[in-house]
Design a protein. Structure first.
Length: 345
C-alpha cells in the first residue's frame, strides 16, 4: 500500500518536479487573487502570457544546452544580433523585404551561424560552454554595435509590422477590451516540436546521454562532437527566433535590448527541473518555470514592490533551485553508496 502511494505521489510530482511547480504556481495565483482583486482578470492573464512569449523561446534553447551538460549565456546577444541585423539589412535595401518568411529565414540563418561559432569552439577545442559563451557574448555585442548599428529603429519592415498587432482572442475586461497576441500559437507549436525532438528522436536521446555521461555516450556510439555542434546551432536558431518575436512585439529594433535577461531565462529553466549537471530536463517544466518567473515579476508590481526587487527575487529563486538540485544529487549519491555497501560481494 505504501509503495502504491509512493508511486502515485511520484507520478503527480513528475519526473522533473513539474507537478510541484504547478502547485506553487496555483498557490501564488490564489494568494495574489486574495491580495489584489485586479489580479485574476483576463487582462492580467493575457499580459503574463504575452510577456512569456519571448522568454519561453529563449528558454527552450537554454534547456537543450543545459540538458547536454553546458550553460549558455550568449543567447541574448545572438537573439538581438540576428533580429537587429535583419531589420538593418531590409531597411537599407541590402536584401528585399520578403515578408515574415524572408525575415525569419535571414534571422534564423544568422542565428545558426553564430551558434556554429559557439559549437565549433566548444566541440573542437573541448572548452567549457560557460567560458566560450561568456566570450562570444561580448564579441557578438561588440560586432553588432561597431559594424551593424547602434541606433534605435522605430520603423520595422512591413511584414513584421503587420504581425505586431495581430490578436488571437479579444475579450472585455474592466470596461475595456483586452487581447491575446497571436504569437502564442507558434510558441506553443514550437514547444510541442522541441518536446517531440527531445523525447522521440535519436538526436534527443544523444543530448540526454551526453549530459548524463559524455564518456558513456561516446562508448555507445553517439558522436559527441556532432551532437554538441548541432545543439549550439539549434540554440542559436531558437535565440534568433526569440529575437524576431521580441522585435515584433515591441514594434522597434534596439541593439541594447534583451542583453541582461540571462538571469530570468536560466532561472526559469533551472526552476523547471533541468539539472545544471546535465542529463535531465523537460519542456513542460521549462514552460512552467517561465510562467513562474513572469508571475512573480507581475505580482511584485501589483503589490507595489519596486521593480528593482524583481532581480533579487529571481536571483533568490535561482539559488534555491540550484541548492535543491545539489541536495538531491548528494542524497542520491548516498543512497547508491549505501546500496552498494549492503550488497554482499
Amino acid at each position: 500500500m505504501s509503495s502504491l502511494r509512493s508511486f502515485r505521489l511520484t507520478s503527480l510530482r513528475g519526473a522533473n518536479n513539474e507537478g510541484a511547480l504547478a502547485l506553487i504556481l496555483l498557490l501564488i495565483v490564489v494568494v495574489m487573487s486574495i491580495v489584489s482583486s485586479d489580479f485574476l482578470s483576463a487582462g492580467t492573464i493575457f499580459s503574463i502570457l504575452r510577456s512569456s512569449i519571448v522568454p519561453t523561446v529563449l528558454a527552450l534553447g537554454v534547456l537543450i544546452v543545459i540538458i547536454s551538460g553546458g550553460i549558455d549565456v550568449s543567447f541574448p546577444a545572438i537573439a538581438i544580433f540576428a533580429a537587429y541585423t535583419t531589420v538593418v539589412l531590409v531597411e537599407n535595401g541590402s536584401v528585399p523585404d520578403l515578408g515574415v518568411v524572408g525575415i525569419l529565414v535571414i534571422s534564423l540563418g544568422i542565428g545558426a551561424l553564430l551558434g556554429l561559432v559557439n559549437g565549433g569552439l566548444i566541440s573542437r577545442f573541448r572548452l567549457p560552454t560557460l567560458i566560450v559563451t561568456l566570450g562570444t557574448q561580448g564579441i557578438f555585442k561588440g560586432v553588432l554595435l561597431a559594424y551593424v548599428g547602434s541606433r534605435y529603429i522605430a520603423d520595422l519592415p512591413s511584414g513584421m509590422s503587420s504581425f505586431s498587432t495581430m490578436s488571437l482572442l479579444k475579450v472585455p475586461s474592466g470596461g475595456e477590451t483586452v487581447s491575446l497576441h497571436a504569437l502564442v500559437v507558434p510558441v506553443i507549436v514550437l514547444c510541442i516540436a522541441v518536446n517531440a525532438m527531445l523525447r522521440n528522436t535519436m538526436f534527443g536521446r544523444g543530448i540526454f546521454a551526453i549530459g548524463d555521461d559524455i564518456e558513456a555516450a561516446r562508448r555507445v556510439g553517439f558522436s559527441v562532437v556532432n551532437v554538441q555542434l548541432a545543439v549550439c546551432v539549434l540554440a542559436g536558431v531558437l535565440a534568433a527566433f526569440g529575437g524576431v518575436l521580441h522585435v515584433t512585439l515591441t514594434r522597434s529594433a534596439n541593439p541594447q535590448d534583451l542583453l541582461g535577461t540571462e538571469l530570468d531565462v536560466i532561472a526559469a529553466v533551472v526552476l523547471g527541473g533541468a539539472s545544471i549537471f546535465g542529463g535531465r530536463g523537460s519542456v513542460l517544466g521549462t514552460v512552467l518555470g517561465v510562467l513562474l518567473v513572469q508571475l512573480i515579476n507581475n505580482s511584485l508590481i501589483l503589490v507595489g514592490i519596486p521593480s528593482t526587487w524583481q532581480r533579487t527575487a529571481v536571483g533568490l529563486l535561482l539559488v534555491i533551485g540550484v541548492g535543491v538540485q545539489a541536495i538531491n544529487a548528494r542524497r542520491a549519491s548516498r543512497r547508491v553508496f549505501v546500496h552498494k555497501e549492503a550488497v554482499p560481494t
